[in-house]
Design a protein around this ligand. Structure first.
Ligand code: UD1
Length: 362
């Protein structure tokens, strides 16, 4: 069987890692990896392939940044000949980025079977580009691999139950493996504080933050309010600045430092896991990071009005604070006593994904 995975953005490389290993372990799958080039900075792309031992992409489309239409269109143009050449049994798409949608559209138009990993997530917030990408991809795909019971419920409500299989979440597979590897790594090796001057002592409680969503970065008022709230946080905040955030802060003339706020570059995956494990709290608008905080037992505060990962809210592990009124009180808080359970699977999801793809290949 031939599986062709299409990835392009940072969270997709994390999901690809356990899937690539599980497909290889079957001994029965030829796996072709296509990188669209949506993320191209070394820290957003190359380090993930190196650290997570993902085979180098077989094809790199080199699409780069652009408006949604320009970026997605360039991917479609690049993918058509690649899919025609390989004619895989499955085109496997991951998550909810423009790379996901482009690959799903290109494949269905060529009558190639599409499997969507992480199907069925919904924020019901139609302002999010990811929400358009998820809904359109789910309705185009032939096989929907759902990470949670909640995702299965959404797919059923939308009439897609027959095409759906609940497999669990591959991010649990990779997160647990890496957690066990980095548990003994000194925090200072994961989070280099030499650039922060004398002001940051990792022996004291600190918050780890990321902000990158368009709704939080694209207007000066909103981004300014978020940065002000982080500057006023009750503990030092290490902001891992995504390229979009850096670009938008520069455009708006806003500083990414001051008060409690320190900024540095995005971290590689093992360093990120170690930093989350060592932080007193996480403040983010990322979907993946909300879930990683939950899996690693670190309280999270999410700067969004809603979350697709509703299981993280149970027991107060994750708190939504879109209007920034609670951050000062809740960002540093005791980890809840409530047990988290295993809503994101048992860490063996990638094996199930490989088996379902083998079982259902036409
Ligand atoms: C994309 C995904 C988002 C995901 C995020 C993870 C879409 C619609 N969004 O958002 O779901 O959570 O990736 O990080 O697909 N840039 C660089 N270098 C890079 C990549 C981006 O400088 O390697 C800059 C460019 O200025 C670019 C901007 O970041 O215009 C945004 O990048 P883009 O890929 O369009 O979206 P993300 O915000 O990264």
């Amino acid at each position: 069987m031939k599986v062709l995975s299409v990835v392009g953005a940072r969270p997709q490389f994390v999901k690809l890692a356990p899937v690539a290993q599980a497909l290889a372990r079957t001994g029965r799958v030829e796996h072709v990896i296509v990188h669209t080039g949506q993320h191209y900075d070394a820290k957003m792309s190359d380090v993930f392939f190196e650290d997570l031992a993902i085979p180098a992409p077989d094809v790199h489309l080199g699409v780069g940044s652009g408006s949604h239409g320009v970026q997605t269109g360039a991917m479609l143009t690049g993918l058509d000949p690649v899919l025609s050449e390989h004619l895989p049994d499955w085109v496997l798409v991951y998550g909810d980025t423009n790379s996901t949608l482009a690959a799903a559209v290109s494949a269905v138009k060529m009558h190639l079977p599409v499997a969507h990993l992480e199907a069925g997530l919904r924020s019901f917030n139609r302002r999010m580009p990811e929400e358009h990408n998820r809904v359109l991809t789910d309705h185009a795909a032939d096989l929907l691999l759902a990470p949670t019971d909640e995702a299965m419920r959404h797919l059923t409500t939308e009439g897609l139950a027959e095409r759906s299989v609940m497999v669990g979440d591959v991010m649990t597979d990779v997160c647990h493996l890496v957690r066990d590897k980095v548990a003994d790594t000194p925090l200072a090796d994961a989070l280099d504080v030499t650039g922060f001057g004398d002001g940051l002592d990792l022996g004291q409680p600190f918050l780890l933050a990321t902000i990158h969503r368009p709704d939080n970065t694209d207007t000066r008022d909103r981004l300014g309010a978020i940065l002000d709230a982080l500057r006023a946080a009750p503990a030092p905040v290490v902001l891992l600045a995504h390229p979009r955030l850096v670009a938008k802060a520069a455009e708006h003339g806003l500083d990414l430092v001051g008060g409690s706020l320190y900024s540095t570059s995005p971290l590689a995956y093992p360093q990120m896991v170690r930093a989350v494990m060592g932080a007193a709290g996480v403040v983010t608008d990322s979907g993946g990071l909300q879930k990683e905080a939950f899996l690693l037992g670190t309280p999270c505060t999410t700067i969004r009005p809603e979350t697709e990962w509703v299981e993280t809210l149970a027991g107060g592990w994750n708190v939504l604070d879109d209007d920034l009124t609670r951050l000062a009180d809740v960002a540093v808080r005791e980890a809840p006593i409530a047990p988290r359970g295993t809503p994101y699977g048992d860490g063996h999801t990638a094996e199930r994904v490989a088996q379902v793809l083998l079982d259902r290949a036409r």
